[in-house]
Design a protein around this ligand. Structure first.
Ligand code: BG6
Length: 523
């Protein structure tokens, strides 16, 4: 499926847009934390080297530690050297670093915000940032409400003389439905929805955006994209890594909050949504929310029947022995936190009635893989089975046998799309074997896709919230996840640990699909 005409469009030009981003002062709360060092500064550095940052730009880091501007710049330089995809260039870095400032302080202390305000005023004067502000909450969710309140009290959310004040809130947005609602209320008491950018970095991934392009820019798939032709959908967000020193965070989160509430449900929404009337923030999000609302909120009994949780034990990944979750630093020796979740979801609407979506996410699986696999129903009559090879065995209860057509959208790694279909085996008999047609981004376009955070930061500078989560989406997603947590609270915790590191999760997850006569893919 390599394109016949070499691609010359947006992909080749990277993230360049017709519109240049306006001047801006970016304030990062939690500027010395993991997210800022691993993702944000490296993304800003790449944008800067690609000429995509606003021409008049500065970064203000805010954190508790007592650094000064020079020490902060040195820390950020080290972070970019370690985690950046664009190599450091000494002269260019020195120019970039002239726009770095550091403000030490507690997030609850009004004096911190007075200092931020003074630094922003200085930057407007010296670097021409023009009163435009973008605040990034790279902090644990418990700080978010306070940050909104303090920013407002300091007058920093006021949009004066046509300048903008925007806030990017890192996930998780709350920790259950009530806290998400409370945080939305706190945010919307002081800012307009248009000013709030709730980030889910999966939406910044090229391959995730390509779900919509694939579906709605091609005429051949959409007519089949419904319950009449699709037997079931499987979505996997698998990671081979464990909790990577984030044991304390993970104990509070678990996979349901960390991955399912956001990344996985967003993939479900993009896969299942109706065509939007336009590719803009309202139209796209109007369609996604309809999908989330069409997934019934499960009661306790349904939670027992349609969900599986797991926790990894010691095992081996990539040939190396690894510890079990309970032995990770910061994790309780009798922890009941899940590191794996599988769910059977139904989408009760006209398009998807009767077509289950099986979704799973887990740490310490055999490989890192995120994919969406659409399994189509079998042909109505196994015609060739009688003439040639053995007829494809039909799955009991399921409408797709082992020879079914499968369309797999590989989000990462080996980004691409493959289609499995049956082909005649050469020879005198009419035997049918599955074969694959493959498209690989790398091969077709020959460029490395931009990092998700690069795209999303650029969109926030431009004020485009299409790839950010709206208030109603975040609450609908938490509604589902909170119902699952409630159901789990009523059940006995499974005998954790219940899967070995380096395997595809607990046996109960296989049983979940086996009951429907189906099996998980082994991507
Ligand atoms: C984050 C989670 O949101 O996504 C992490 O907090 C997870 O636990 C990460 O590892 C996965 O992101 P990616 O882009 O590597 O798939």
């Amino acid at each position: 499926m390599t394109p016949a005409i070499p691609a010359t469009g947006v992909f080749r030009e990277g993230l360049a847009r017709e519109e240049a981003p306006p001047p801006c002062g970016l304030v990062i709360f939690g500027a010395t934390g993991d997210l800022a060092r691993r993702k944000l500064l490296p993304a800003l550095w790449t944008l800067s080297r690609s000429g995509l940052l606003p021409a008049r730009f500065a970064i203000v880091g805010v954190a508790r530690g007592g650094l000064d501007d020079a020490a902060f710049a040195a820390e950020m330089k080290a972070a970019v050297a370690e985690h950046g995809r664009t190599p450091l260039d000494a002269a260019a870095w020195d120019a970039f670093a002239t726009g770095l400032r550091y403000v030490p302080g507690e997030f609850g202390d009004p004096a911190t915000f007075d200092r931020v305000k003074a630094v922003l005023a200085e930057l407007d004067a010296t670097r021409g940032t023009a009163g435009n502000r973008l605040f990034y909450f790279a902090t644990p969710p418990s700080f978010a409400a306070t940050l909104f309140e303090r920013l407002d009290a300091a007058g920093l959310l006021d949009e004066v003389d046509g300048a903008f004040a925007r806030v990017i809130v890192e996930k998780p947005f709350g920790r259950d439905l009530d806290s998400a609602r409370a945080l939305n209320a706190a945010a919307l008491a002081v800012a307009d929805e248009r000013q709030i950018f709730r980030i889910d970095h999966y939406l910044g991934k090229e391959t995730v955006q390509n779900i919509l392009v694939f579906r709605f820019a091609n005429a051949i798939f959409e007519p089949l994209w419904n319950h009449a032709y699709v037997d079931h959908v499987q979505i996997t967000v698998g990671e081979s890594i464990g909790v990577e020193g984030r044991g304390k965070f993970y104990e509070e989160a678990g996979t349901l909050r960390d991955i399912v509430q956001n990344h996985l449900l967003q993939l479900v929404a993009l896969t299942a949504m109706e065509p939007p009337v336009a590719f803009d923030a309202d139209a796209v999000r109007d369609e996604k929310i309809k999908v989330l609302r069409a997934i019934p909120v499960p009661n306790a009994r349904e939670v027992t029947l349609t969900t599986v949780r797991g926790q990894y034990d010691a095992g081996a990944t990539a040939g190396a022995d690894v510890a079990g979750y309970r032995s990770e630093p910061g994790v309780a020796p009798d922890s009941a936190t899940e590191t794996y979740v599988a769910l059977k979801l139904s989408i009760d609407n006209w398009r998807w009635a009767g077509t289950p979506f099986y979704v799973r996410a887990g740490k310490r699986l055999p490989k890192r893989v995120t994919e969406i696999a659409i399994t189509f129903k079998d042909v109505p009559h196994a015609f060739f089975g009688r003439n040639g090879g053995a007829p494809a065995a039909r799955a009991p209860g399921g409408g797709a046998g082992p020879a079914a057509n499968v369309l797999a959208l590989r989000i990462q790694p080996e980004e691409g799309i493959s289609l499995r279909f049956g082909s005649k085996v050469p020879g005198s008999r009419l035997d049918v074997e599955p074969v694959k047609m493959d498209f690989l981004y790398g091969r077709s376009f020959g460029v490395e896709p931009p990092e998700a955070y690069e795209r999303l930061l650029l969109d926030a500078f431009l004020g485009d919230s299409t790839l950010f989560i709206r208030r109603d989406e975040v609450e609908a997603a938490w509604g589902l996840v909170t119902a699952v947590h409630r159901g789990w609270a009523d059940q006995a915790t499974p005998a954790f640990p219940n899967y070995e590191a380096g395997t595809w999760g607990p046996a109960a997850a296989d049983a979940l699909l086996a009951r429907d006569g189906r099996a998980w893919r082994r991507p």
